[in-house]
Design a protein around this ligand. Structure first.
Ligand SMILES: Nc1ncnc2c1ncn2[C@@H]1O[C@H](COP(=O)(O)OP(=O)(O)O)[C@@H](O)[C@H]1O
Ligand SMILES: [Mg+2]
Length: 227
């Protein structure tokens, strides 16, 4: 098992004075096997992004456990946690807020290489970008000078440069037009065939999830059920 959760619960403090609490997710049990594409479908506000962020280790659950390759992420050493963070990557819904608007794309693209001390050269960058159908010239631009589709291609290329085991795709195409959406889905399928990476595909669109995913969970009012 690649990733597994046991009874995850998450609540947020709400209200102007932060005195109320809203339970966003409760008793979340999911299993996620290697090489698969698993879907999570649910309406807007169902808690999909919150769940994705918890699985990626970017926010903490209030209760429950997340196991990566059988090991509880809570009892991992600092080194193991960093490795886990490398292996579980996220592509976010809003390509325009994924990247620092004040940085040229080159700086954003190279950041993970630096954080994880992965060697890079012009040849390596070229290889990564050509894999998503882009050339290196694009890295001299600012995010506002790229289309949504181009930004998502760079976001995908950037996470792939870390050679992750899992990519959490949080509505990666919902801000794109239909043609660009189809191109990005085809690109994701090609990458999966080549690299064997697993996807957790999050979407509000049941048709898209059915098209793309073998196993599907439905998130409804904070509860997760197999479809
Ligand atoms: N940091 C936060 N503080 C308070 N409430 C939040 C926070 N993040 C999300 N929420 C609330 O949790 C619920 C689920 O949000 P989210 O996970 O973004 O849903 P989805 O991605 O399915 O649209 C929403 O009601 C949202 O307003
Ligand atoms: Mg969301």
């Amino acid at each position: 098992m690649l990733l597994e959760t046991k009874n995850l619960k998450k609540r947020f403090k709400t209200g102007l004075m932060k005195k109320k609490q809203a339970v966003v997710l409760s008793k979340i049990n999911l299993i996620f096997r290697k090489g698969e594409t698993t879907g999570i479908v649910g309406e807007s506000g169902a808690g999909k992004t919150t769940l994705g962020l918890m699985l990626a280790g970017l926010i903490k659950p209030d209760k429950g456990q997340i196991l990566f390759k059988g090991k509880n992420t809570d009892s991992m050493t600092k080194e193991e946690k960093k490795e886990c963070r490398r292996q579980i990557q996220v592509v976010f819904q809003h390509p325009e807020s994924t990247f620092n608007p004040k940085w040229k794309m080159k700086q954003s693209f190279l950041e993970p290489f630096k954080i994880h001390r992965i060697p890079f050269s012009e040849k390596i960058i070229l290889k990564h970008l050509s894999c998503v159908g882009l050339n290196t010239e694009i890295l001299n631009r600012y995010p506002s000078q790229l289309s949504g589709g181009e930004l998502q291609r760079i976001a995908i290329s950037r996470v792939m440069s870390l050679n992750p085991a899992i990519i959490i795709l949080d509505e990666p195409t919902s801000m794109l037009d239909n043609i660009t959406q189809a191109q990005i889905i085809r690109l994701l399928e090609k990458i999966q065939k080549q690299k064997g990476v697993s996807y957790l595909f999050i979407s509000h669109d049941p048709d898209l999830v059915r098209l793309f995913c073998k196993r599907i969970y439905e998130l409804n009012r904070g509860k997760l059920n197999m479809r």
